[in-house]
Each structure stands twice: as C-alpha cells, then as structure tokens.
Design a protein around this ligand. Structure first.
Ligand code: FAD
Ligand code: EPU
Length: 338
C-alpha cells in the first residue's frame, strides 16, 4: 500500500481547480482498498472515492484520504443465445468499455459513448445521454462495505436508480465503494436513434440501417460539436439537472414564453431544459474573470484558467437565484460539491 501525502488534485478533476488531499491512495486491487480502509494511520478519517474527477467540484480541500479508483479489467462472465454479461472493473475508463462492447457488436451502451469518467461512478449518477441510462443495461454491481470490508452485491432494484440518482448518491454515499459493474448486453442489438440529433447525423452520413457502431459514432460527433473538451476548457458537463416540475408550472411559463423547451416526465410532470432557462436568463457565454458559462451550452460552467472551486460555486449560486427569480423554478446542482 502506497500513500501519498499532501497530494495535488488539480489534474485529477476535469474542472482543473486547485485542491490538495492530506492523503491519497491508489486502488488497483480489492486488497489495496481494504488495506487503505483499515490503515491505522487513517482510522476515523473521512474518505472520498475519486474516479475520473469529471463530476466533482472542489470548493475546499477534501479531508482525510482520497481513494483513487484504478481497479482494472473487462471480462465476459456469462452468455446465452441473446445476451452477454460483461463485468468491468470500477477503474476502467467508461468510454473504453463502451468502445470495447461496440467493437464486439454487443448492444446497450452505444448511446453513452464519450461520457468522461470511470465505470465505478456511472451507477452513482445513473449516467445518461441520448435517450439511454446505464440502468437500462445494468445487471448488478459489487461494492465494498466500508464498515466491515465485506463485498455486497447490488441488483438493479437495490440501486434505486432515478434521473441522475441512485442509492449510492444518497444513503450509500461514503458507506460503499463500487468495485465492479456487470452489464447485460444484447447480441442482437436494437438501436435507439430517436433522441436528439442522432437521426440528422445518420441522414447526413446516408446511413439508413444504422448499426450500434454508427450510433456510437453519431453520438461522438454530436457531443464533440456541443460540449467542451475538459482537456482544453475545464468543466464537469451539465452543472445542474434538468428540473422536473408540475405541468401547471410549465403552463405558466409557456403563457409568457411559448418556446420553452420541455419533455413529458410522467403523469402530470414535465422536465424543463435547464440550458434553455439559463440561456433565457441571460447567462449563456457569460464570463466573470476566470470562470463562466459555456458559449454553446448554458448548462455547462467552465474554468477559463485559474478559477477556484469557490468562484465556480458562487457563479452557480447567482445562476440559481436568477433562474428562480425569472421563472420561479429551483435548479438543483448535478455536480458533487466538496
Ligand atoms: P468522479 O467525478 O470521480 O466522482 C463522482 C462521484 O462519484 C463522487 O461523489 C465520487 O466520490 C463518487 N464515486 C466515484 N467512483 C466511485 C466508486 N467506485 N464507488 C463509490 N463512489 C464513487 N454525465 C452524464 O450522465 N451524461 C453525460 O452526457 C455527461 N456528459 C459529460 C460531459 C463532459 C464534458 C463532462 C466533463 C462530464 C459529463 N458527465 C456526463 C458527467 C460525468 O462524466 C459522469 O457523472 C461520470 O460518471 C463521472 O465519472 P467520474 O469517474 O469522473 O466520477
Ligand atoms: N438549450 C438551450 N440553450 C442552451 C442549452 C440547451 O436552449 O444553452 C435547449 C435546447 O433547446 C436543446 C435542449 O435545451 O434542444 C436540450 O439540450 P441538450 O440536447 O444539449 O441536452 P441537455 O438537456 O442540456 C442533457 C444531459 C446531458 C446529456 C444530454 C444529451 C442533464 C443534466 N444533461 O443535457 O448530460 O449529454 O442531455 O442526452 O440531464 C451531464 O449530465 O453532464 C450531461 C452532459
């Protein structure tokens, strides 16, 4: 077990903000993790699991130990005529898992191409894009229970997946470290092309009978055109969730703004495009010193260089207040704030 003291986290978070961890341990095996969880020098200290750092904002230095998840490995654990069960270590880069499954012709993850981060954080957020969430292909996961070091299996219903929600984001936070995730993928995939601009891109490419590889490539093209690359401009994707509100709230907004962007979200409820609300409140492309709002996607806050986590957090508070005042809608931060 190797523990780094006073570790620099700037390159370990995609906002690229400065933060230091009193201790940092890299986890390559479950034994590494147990050794860190039960290390006498770390007893009673808080722990923070870090994957790719693409959904986190450090507004202060974390306390205690940062556990950097590098658990490797992708393997087929079972298959039948229709399905293949693929297990991935929590430290595998998400997009590498997607590319691997797409190359094998196993369907289920292709719409989630190019989402940054590691596999272990994907169930935490129930990551989603282009009409698909990981819960749709999720079979089970294994997590280390921190209190006694035992491995616990979580089936789909145990995870309580919702829109960017799960048990691990709520009650399970700090109690479990996700070790690996098993997906149930289709050997005869159905493609999902109705969401967003996928069909437009396929049409531009003259593709009429798309494969999962075509869908993956279309999603990659759309994402590259819309979202900033964290290697170039610090960000953590959507900073807020799209708010789900009662129909009556939308009707009231619509009376004044007929072009409000919304989607059905279950009986009597509607999901509003937070990017639209933020843009209409005048924030798109806003810049204040080193931080700002992306010029092409108002839901993405960016670090132009040298911003602190607090600068970005304060900007998010101003946006929250302004959207609340303008539309009466309360936005919720999607990014994990430390
Ligand atoms: P981290 O930021 O390292 O961690 C996130 C949270 O999960 C933290 O609270 C951490 O403690 C916890 N955690 C991490 N690993 C574990 C583990 N093994 N066990 C327990 N807890 C753990 N998200 C989407 O859903 N859809 C998108 O389309 C999308 N697009 C994005 C685009 C860009 C450009 C960026 C920068 C981000 C985007 N995101 C998107 C957000 C982000 O990529 C996902 O939330 C991703 O799953 C985060 O993975 P990570 O490994 O970087 O997590
Ligand atoms: N819009 C605007 N102005 C903007 C941004 C968006 O008016 O500045 C409107 C547009 O009308 C657009 C609509 O909002 O049609 C939706 O925008 P987009 O398709 O870009 O998606 P989103 O709702 O902003 C969500 C996810 C993304 C995911 C995309 C694609 C959330 C919080 N965000 O964004 O996930 O990639 O859909 O499925 O649900 C993330 O979680 O980090 C993330 C990037």
């Amino acid at each position: 077990m190797h523990l780094e003291r006073n570790a620099d986290l700037r390159t370990l978070n995609t906002f690229g903000v400065a933060a230091r961890a009193p201790w940092l341990g890299r986890i390559r095996t479950v034994d590494d993790l147990r050794a860190l969880v039960f290390a006498p020098e770390l007893e009673g200290q808080p722990r923070l699991v870090l994957g790719g750092g693409s959904n986190i904002l450090f507004t202060q230095d974390p306390q205690g130990v940062v556990l950097l998840n590098e658990l490797p490995g992708i393997a087929v654990v079972h298959q039948d005529e229709e399905h293949v069960w693929v297990r991935s270590g929590a430290g595998v880069v998400w997009h590498e898992l997607v590319l691997h499954t797409v190359a094998q012709g196993w369907g289920g993850l292709e719409n989630l191409s190019l989402i940054p981060g590691k596999v272990g954080a994907a169930p935490m957020q129930n990551i989603g894009a282009y009409g698909v969430e990981i819960k749709d292909s999720f079979d089970h996961l294994e997590a280390l229970r921190v209190e006694d070091g035992e491995v616990q299996v979580f089936r789909r219903s145990d995870c309580r997946f919702g829109y960017r929600e799960s048990f691990f984001k709520r009650e399970g936070r700090e109690r479990f470290v996700i070790l690996n995730v098993t997906f149930k993928l289709k050997k005869r995939p159905e493609v999902h092309t109705t969401y967003g601009a996928i069909q437009d891109v396929l049409a531009q490419r003259n593709i009429t009978a798309p494969t999962i590889k075509d869908v993956s490539e279309a999603v990659i093209q759309i994402r590259r055109s819309k979202l900033p690359d964290p290697a170039v401009l610090g960000n953590a994707g959507s900073f807020f969730k799209n708010p789900v509100v009662p129909q009556a709230v939308v009707d009231k907004i619509k009376a004044e703004h007929p072009k409000v962007v919304s989607y059905p979200a279950g009986p009597g409820e509607v999901k509003l495009a937070a990017g639209w609300l933020i843009e209409q409140a005048g924030w798109k492309g806003f810049r204040e010193g080193p931080c700002g709002v992306h010029k092409d996607q108002a839901l993405v806050l960016v670090n132009h260089g040298g911003a602190t986590g607090s600068n970005i957090f304060d900007l998010s508070t101003h946006i929250l207040e302004s959207v609340k005042q303008r539309f009466g809608v309360e936005l919720e931060r999607e990014v994990n704030i430390i």
